[in-house]
Design a protein around this ligand. Structure first.
Ligand SMILES: NC(=O)C1=CN([C@@H]2O[C@H](COP(=O)(O)OP(=O)(O)OC[C@H]3O[C@@H](n4cnc5c(N)ncnc54)[C@H](O)[C@@H]3O)[C@@H](O)[C@H]2O)C=CC1
Ligand SMILES: O=C(O)CCC(=O)C(=O)O
Length: 488
């Protein structure tokens, strides 16, 4: 039997109002720690609701664009204050809805607040350059103009931070937005939008429509009045989003998967490396695009590293994200749980050796949740599925390497290029790694996960559309440059 802990139905947010979808078709958002618990109901919307949201965003865009950056920033500061006043409640909802531990959820919500404040300040910063013209009597400069209406398609793994790191820059640079959050995290997203509502944004500037990827997500891709699309999610869907946007001339930005390597060199501080490998690979149940997945360990320190790693992994406490002392929560959904278990089966079937974990966790109190043990494989061949595809779960693959050069070569032997890290004290290896590794985020003596909001974020190869999010890099996607030549 399903229970409703909060018994709340969340509506779409269109033109400054909370509106139910026609026919009031609803989708439950289920607690992955207990599949019998419904965290809330969200609208299973149709194209009609999306059209209404896009019309509202289109109607609002001129007045919003005409406000000064400072005035737009004031709204973002207010949204940040609203989110701050609800930090604990929204973090708790996040934990209930997608399973990450409460401290992680609080950290993410605090990050959302910091992102809003960062971009509020961007409203006061320069948007162009004066460039000397060959005509001495002319003034030539660049300025920037918003795209118009931006569609935001977000995943479930960072339900507060990702929608905000897409919406905040979109808004400060003068765009209006239509957000389609992942259904698995749509209650948390609705609470974030409540903060924007309470901040008093003009009607139509911020809109949210929940529903399926194939109807609302695809609807955003196809909509002729959406001028830009920013997407985070799987490679498969991302490619479809990019192709659809390109076909109708809309600007697009894709952040997709990773298969992130860590290299443990022979001179590494092994305790630090173990800590970073565990934190990078298993925190948030491995559900980060920046999560460590492949661990390349120098043959000289392989056995010591392995023993140290296993002794720490054995101590990790799996449990409900709200329980103090839980280190790792459940997978975020039943789909994700099945996906992770099927990758573990593939690892075994293809001949990798399971060192630890690999099973469902069904101990008392956890039997109704989507829990998987933290899992470590060794003797993983680079051609095996678990070394090639994004698992998005708590699974580490150890690969022994004979030399630093082999480690770099194997680390780069992937279609992805999001994040990579190395543990070493050797400056020569550090510099070679920075130069030779194919990754948008290069981390030295630090775990692969860990994104700072003021720095560019994005990947190489198939991890992204080669654009960057966050920091000042965001202006490149959310605006177009106008080169202006003026002569009296
Ligand atoms: N890079 C990242 O941060 C993320 C990667 N993933 C990867 O994707 C795998 C599957 O997770 P999913 O939630 O199924 O990801 P997904 O790519 O299906 O979903 C991401 C977003 O895209 C929307 N979407 C789905 N189909 C669409 C379509 N045809 N057009 C437009 N939007 C659409 C979804 O509703 C959601 O809002 C994971 O196992 C993981 O490997 C998932 C979430 C985040
Ligand atoms: O590592 C992080 O903090 C962000 C990761 C991310 O963007 C993602 O998983 O989608």
């Amino acid at each position: 039997m399903k229970t409703q802990t909060e018994a709340i139905t969340y509506s779409n947010y269109i033109n400054g109002e909370w509106i139910s979808a026609d026919g009031n078709s609803l989708e439950p958002s289920v607690n992955p720690a207990n599949k019998n618990e419904v965290v809330g109901y969200v609208q299973l919307s149709s194209r009609a609701e999306l059209d209404a949201a896009v019309s509202a965003a289109k109607a609002a865009k001129t007045e919003w664009r005409k406000l000064s950056g400072a005035a737009r920033g004031e709204f973002l500061y207010k949204a940040a204050n609203m989110l701050e006043s609800r930090l604990d409640e929204i973090a708790e909802t996040m934990t209930k809805e997608m399973g990450k531990t409460l401290p992680e959820a609080k950290g993410e919500t605090a990050r959302g607040i910091a992102i809003l404040r960062y971009y509020a300040g961007e409203g006061m910063r320069k948007v162009g350059d004066v460039i000397p013209s060959t005509d001495q009597e002319a003034l030539m400069f660049t300025t920037r103009t918003p795209l118009g209406v931006v569609g935001v398609i977000s995943p479930w793994n960072f339900p507060v931070a990702i929608p905000i790191w897409k919406m905040a820059p979109a808004l400060i640079y003068g765009n209006t937005v239509v957000l389609k959050p992942a259904t698995e995290a749509a209650v948390t997203a609705a609470k974030v939008i409540e903060c924007f509502d309470a901040a008093g944004f003009p009607a139509g500037v911020v809109n949210m429509v929940t529903g399926s990827g194939s109807i609302i997500g695809q609807g955003i891709v196809d909509h002729p009045d959406i001028n830009g699309i920013t997407f985070t999610g799987s490679n498969e869907v991302g490619k479809r989003v990019g192709q659809g946007a390109f076909a109708r001339g809309a600007k697009y930005q894709l952040e997709m998967g990773g298969k992130n390597p860590v290299i443990i060199a022979s001179d590494a501080d092994l305790d630090l490396a173990v800590e970073g490998t565990i934190s990078g690979g298993l925190r948030s149940t491995g559900q980060k695009c920046t999560a460590t997945s492949r661990v390349f360990v120098a043959v000289e320190v392989y056995d010591t590293f392995k023993d140290k790693l296993l002794s720490k992994v054995r101590e990790l406490k799996v449990g409900h994200g709200l329980d103090a002392g839980t280190w790792m929560g459940p997978c975020a959904s039943e789909n994700q749980y099945k996906t992770v278990l099927s990758y573990i089966d593939k690892g075994l079937a293809e001949g990798a050796d399971l060192l630890f974990g690999g099973k469902k966790v069904t101990s008392e109190g956890l039997e109704n949740g989507f829990y998987v043990e933290p899992t470590v494989f060794e003797n993983v061949d680079i051609k095996m599925t678990i070394a090639r595809e994004e698992i998005f779960g708590p699974v580490l693959a150890l690969i022994k390497v004979e030399s630093f050069e082999e480690a770099i070569e194997l680390a780069n032997d992937t279609e992805f290029g999001l994040s990579a890290s190395i543990y070493t004290k050797d400056i020569g290896k550090i510099l070679a790694f920075i130069n030779d590794i194919d990754a948008g985020l290069v981390r030295v003596n630090a775990e692969t996960a860990g994104v700072e909001l003021q720095a560019p974020f994005g990947g190489m190869k198939q991890s992204s559309s080669h654009s960057r999010e966050q920091g000042q890099a965001a202006i490149e996607f959310f605006t177009s440059i106008k080169t202006v030549f003026v002569k009296a």
